[in-house]
Design a protein around this ligand. Structure first.
Ligand SMILES: [Zn+2]
Length: 504
């Protein structure tokens, strides 16, 4: 038979759709043609495949060879089709048996010597093959990453000859196993290292418990970044299933996945000069941006007003929907992007408003203009705005002697409050729909009248009202209280400092 069919996989976003590599050998002018919209890298694979076959002492058929990568409209990149193409040529020319081919999938780049080189984005490929219940054969260098998918049938080889020996039934290939026991959620930053700042720490705890977004406002050096860096230490560790989702996104990113990050809660802090492509994803082929790399973790935007307005506007869609759609001419890529947003900013352009360290000479107008740099719609989506004041030296010294609570202690409370939420409504408070608020965030008379007063005084919108209800629910949950009391409402109001400023 001069026709062979081999299975492999492409990548679109975090999914790896099946690609059928068809190889047909016929009489005619000797040539090797690859069709099915291959990009430059696939065209180059012609030369690699030819050299690899000849250097492995196979016969390269001096006939007309047509390779079709189907479906044709799927974008294909990288050298990962080298191995399937080489095997297709060998099968179609009768140099290896066909029997086992349809129960296997192949992915791997070939060196000119016939050795197998690792491919990028292996995790989605492993997940795809696992779902299709086929055995996947990959380069040995990819095996540690592939081993993260438990129970998947994946074997690895170092050389094209080993794969051929396996298909001939002459050799067994090793299954992928984790080379060592991977450490789980190593977050060494502890909240106890932040001295003082009780109010901001408490706000961080509330944010962690209810999945609320948070903006920290304060002069430089007051510990805003330290606080944000420690949010992951207050959150529950990732389950294996979620860790795999996180690893799959890292796997398709330009920097790839590192096993040392396995089950570590993502914490991303892009610089304010980042482009919108770097932040939300894009490029050719589309790669996930910072917001997707922060999936199931924390996205920290320091110096929020310094980000370009256009970049910040791009955050609106993922903040609502939990994913981002990137459209290219022929196809769309959807990347998951469900993250907890923490932002920080100075109180004024010079940064020293209300600080003990420097004198602020900013005018009221300059300050207003600075805050107005954040668009209303974005600010509307940030649940809590908390001041992180600068502390005079002597206060810090007196606090330093006192015991600070560790992350482990705070996390216990956070986990209990989260459990309460899941038992009551099967989701976190932040994720409550407006229609559910009446049932789950019912207010007592006193609480209601306090909130109504604040609404009038600060001229708050209905959207803000709903936000306050959800945060109050979280504070009540932390206190293990079924009812939302007055003190819960007044605590929420202390986390809305920009509302108060707006009135000034
Ligand atoms: Zn200033």
């Amino acid at each position: 038979m001069s026709l062979a069919i081999i299975y492999s996989r492409a990548n679109i976003g975090v999914i790896a759709p099946l690609v059928t590599v068809e190889v047909h050998i016929q009489n005619g002018m000797p040539a090797l043609n690859i069709v099915g919209l291959p990009e430059t890298a696939v065209k180059e694979s012609k030369d690699r495949v030819r050299s690899a076959l000849m250097n492995s002492e196979f016969e390269f058929p001096i006939r007309r060879i047509t390779v079709n990568l189907a479906p044709a409209d799927l974008p294909k990149e990288g050298g990962r089709f080298d191995l399937p193409i080489a095997l297709g040529i060998l099968a179609a020319s009768g140099q290896i048996p066909h029997e086992k081919l349809n129960q296997h999938e192949f992915s791997g780049e070939l060196a000119l010597s016939g050795e197998l080189r690792p491919v990028k984005s292996i995790l989605p490929i492993v997940l795809g093959a696992h779902k299709a219940e086929r055995c996947l054969i990959i380069p040995s260098a990819n095996s540690h990453e592939a081993a993260l998918v438990k129970n998947a049938n994946v074997i690895s080889a170092q050389h094209l000859l080993e794969v051929c020996a396996y298909l001939h039934g002459e050799k067994k290939l090793p299954a992928c196993v984790l080379h060592s026991h991977l450490p789980v959620n190593i977050n060494i930053l502890d909240i106890a290292e932040v001295y003082g700042q009780r109010h901001a720490k408490r706000a961080l705890e509330v944010a962690a418990a209810g999945y609320h977004s948070l903006l920290l406002i304060g002069p430089p050096g007051t510990g805003k970044t330290m606080l944000a860096n420690r949010l992951p230490s207050l959150l529950p560790p990732l389950t294996e299933e979620i860790a795999l989702e996180v690893a799959a996104i890292a796997s398709i990113s330009s920097s790839g996945f590192h096993p040392k990050h396995w089950q570590q809660l993502p914490f991303r802090s892009p610089h304010h000069s980042s482009s919108s492509v770097a932040l939300v994803g894009g490029g050719r082929p589309p790669r996930p941006g910072e917001i997707s790399l922060a999936h199931h973790g924390v996205l920290f935007l320091d110096e929020l007003p310094e980000f370009s307005r256009q970049v910040l506007e791009c955050l609106r869609e993922p903040l609502e929907s939990g994913h981002i759609t990137i459209s290219r001419a022929a196809y769309q890529s959807v990347f998951p992007a469900k993250f907890q947003l923490v932002a920080a900013m100075n109180p004024c352009p010079c940064g020293f408003l209300g600080s003990h360290k420097g004198n602020c000479r900013c005018t009221q107008e300059q300050i207003q203009r600075y805050i107005a740099k954040l668009s209303g719609p974005l600010l509307d989506r940030i649940d809590m705005q908390v001041e992180v004041p600068s502390l005079p030296g002597e206060t810090l010294a007196s606090i330093a002697v006192m015991e600070e609570e560790t992350s482990a202690v705070v996390r216990e409370r956070v986990l209990r409050a989260r459990e309460k939420q899941f038992n009551r409504q099967k989701k976190l408070n932040k994720e409550l729909e407006v229609s559910e608020l009446q049932e789950f965030c019912y207010l007592e008379e006193n609480s209601k009248s306090l909130l109504n007063q604040a609404m009038q005084k600060f001229n708050l919108s209905a959207r803000v009202y709903h936000r306050i209800l959800k945060i109050a629910r979280t504070i009540a949950d932390l206190a293990d209280s079924d009812a939302i009391h007055e003190q819960h409402i007044s605590e929420v109001l202390s986390y809305r400092c920009l509302d108060r400023n707006r009135v000034i």
